[in-house]
Each structure stands twice: as C-alpha cells, then as structure tokens.
Design a binder for this molecule. Sequence first.
Ligand code: KE4
Length: 423
Amino acid sequence: MSRSEELFARAVKRIPGGVNSPVRAYGSVTEAPRFIQGAVGSKIFDVDGNAYIDYIDSWGPMILGHNDERIKDAVIRASENGLSFGCATEKEVEMAEFICERIPHVEMIRMVNSGTEAVMSALRVARGFTGKSKIIKFAGCYHGHTDAMLVSAGSGVMTSGVPDSAGVPKGCTEDTMIAMYNNLESVERLLTESNDQVAAVIVEPVGANMGVVPPEDGFLQGLRRLCDEHGALLIFDEVITGFRLSFSGAAGFYQVTPDLVTYGKIIGAGMPVGAYGGRKEIMEMVAPAGPVYQAGTLSGNPIAMAAGLEQLKILWEDQEIYTRLYQKGQVLYDGIRRILLEKDLPYQVNSVSSLGCIFFTEEKVKDYATAKTSDTKKFADYFQYMLNHGVHMAPSQFEAMFLSDAHTQEDIGTTLDLINRYF
Ligand code: KE4
C-alpha cells in the first residue's frame, strides 16, 4: 500500500470523503488521490517520492510556479510581526490602493477569504444596490458553494453528477435563474420575463468549470448591453481569470467592463484570499459605509496580504508574463490539436491563453450541454495514464489545465510526447 493510500484510508475516517474539497478526491477518475509532500516551480511531489509536472497549480493561484522564493520571503517577513490582529493594517491599504490604481473598473475593493465569499458578498451588494432579488447565472458556471449558486453549477458539482446540492432549501434558489452560456437570447428572455427584476447577471468571462469554454465573439459585449438595457449589474467572476489573462483579467483581455468583479486564487498567491470590487457608488453600500452587511475575522489577514501583494507587484512589473503564458498556451494546446488531427481523433481542445483542456467528445463544446456530451470514462483513462507517467492534471473532465510562468518548453515537450504516446 502506498503512503497516499494509507493516508487516504485514514482520512476518510475523519474527513468527509477524505478531503477538504470534493474535487481533490479524484472520485471520478481513480481510487486513492495522491497526497502531496511539496512543490517547487512546475513540479509537485507526492508523499511516495513521485514527481509530476503540475497543471493544477493549486487551481490557479501559483501563476509564478510553486514555492516562489519572493512570495515565501514576503510571508516569512510578514509573520515576524504576528499572524493576525483583527484590526486594520497598512498592508490592506496598500493592497486596495495597488489594485484600484491599476484596474479602472475597480474603484473600491473588499478583501474576504475565498472566492465563494467574494461571490456571496457581490451578489448581496448587487441586490442591495438595485433593490432587486433575481440573479441570472449560467449552466455549467461555478461560483463557489454559496446556496444561491448551487444550481446547475460546474466544477465539483458537475464532476459528481449532482445537478444541484442537497441541503439547499428552495427558498435559497428560487431567485436564481439559469441561462445558457454563449446564448444571449436565453439571457434576454429571462430579463424580459422577470420584468427587469434582475439584480445581476453573474458570469465566468471564460467558462473554466465545465472544462474550458471561451466566450464566443460578442457574448460578453452582449451581456454588457443587455444589463444596461434591463437595469441589471454585470458581475464578472474572475476568481480564475483575474490577473491571469491580463493584469485586468478577462475584462482587460476582452475589453468589456463589469460593474462588479470577484477575485480569488492569484490575488492570495496560495494564501486564503478572495475579494470583490467595482464602482464606488456600488461598493459604498457595504458596511460599515452602507447598509449591506459583510464581515470576516481573517479578511485582509496581514500574512495573506503580504503574499498576494507581492505576487501582484511581480505580475504588474513584469507584464511580459502574460505574453509568455499566452505563447506557452499556444505551444501546448495547439500541440495537442496537432496530435489529435494526425491520429484522426475527433476530440475537442478548448483554450484561452494559459487555460485549456481536452474534451472527449466530437461536438464543438460551447456550453454546459455540449460539455456534458464528453466521455468521462475516456477522460479518466487518459488522466490515469498521464498521472502514472508523471503529469498531474485536474482529476475531472470539467476542469481546466493551468500553465504557470515556471512551466518550461521542456515540460510542455514532455507533456506533448506523453499525450502523443497515449493516443
Ligand atoms: P473558492 O471558494 O474555492 O476559493 O472559489 C470558488 C470559485 C468561484 N468562482 C470560480 C470561477 C471558481 O473557479 C471557484 C473555485 N474553483 C474551483 C476549481 N474549479 C476550486 C477547486 C475546489 O473546489 O477545490
């Protein structure tokens, strides 16, 4: 029995499913998940001494690569003064100023501890600001596990095949309406049917929780127009795309301006940080400035701020990273497309810059319904082969591969050789 298997056998006795987040359980692809000892750069090491080229990257935060010395030093330096005070600190001001002075549509921002908290709070402030209750989300998009969003969600919900979640009373989701990704007509119909009672349309500007599903030309621009016409706020959930597609995230990459934006992952550099921000007139609704309550013991934690701010400073000062990530994405995902073409395999490869995935379906994947046509057993077999040959990817057809600045051309070449051998 491997050490991972031993640990998993112990873990399932004390932790539901043996993990602290469902997708880590590898439930849909293999038996025991790998337990990780450590990581550096593009490599991750499990407790049995196996090394892997890592394309999970902690689901996105490790955009510089694992265990970057500069981030580690910032954490160590900050921890010299203590871990948490429950009081305001200078780092929080620096972090807020750093983001707001560089991202035009973020005039004010509030730190929280996860992407889920950021989304939950952004929805509340949208409802408080507009005085409306309805929310439109898209089938296959995942916005964390707040009750109102656990409807036709992506990521672990889609992986487990549980269309929604137990324990969510009807009252929590009766104001949540579901549109189809890349289908503006489905959005317009809901806005009209609700008599303009929609507080917000929330969208992953690049779908990355049903596998990677890029917005079709005009989709995001169309959402902007429809929200303006129907008095709804446009919320970009940039927990994955924020600071990844450009320093201004997908908003900058596609040049579409949301009213509110949610962040996570990269903003914390691996420490638990989420944030929501947007126009001043909206954000000033948030307590204690305004009547929309939101709070958090560890929000703006000084160690997490030190890590996140250090990462954002590096990304700001070396924006060539976005060109490097884009080019690495081209090499990797175009390389996979070439292999599938040469072998006359009909599978689909969707990608946007450093994000991408293979769909085991011959249908063009442009939304939840087409993503669901993928053969998850074929994915599981592919995943298992790659894992056993030293490539660590998201253990689900409905997740993304993440490239970092630490991935080398050699890593990508090894990965492509392996994929070529597999197919
Ligand atoms: P967290 O609460 O997990 O920090 O963020 C929730 C969230 C919100 N919005 C988007 C677009 C997200 O992708 C996420 C979380 N992403 C998943 C991976 N697809 C986290 C992995 C996990 O659940 O363990």
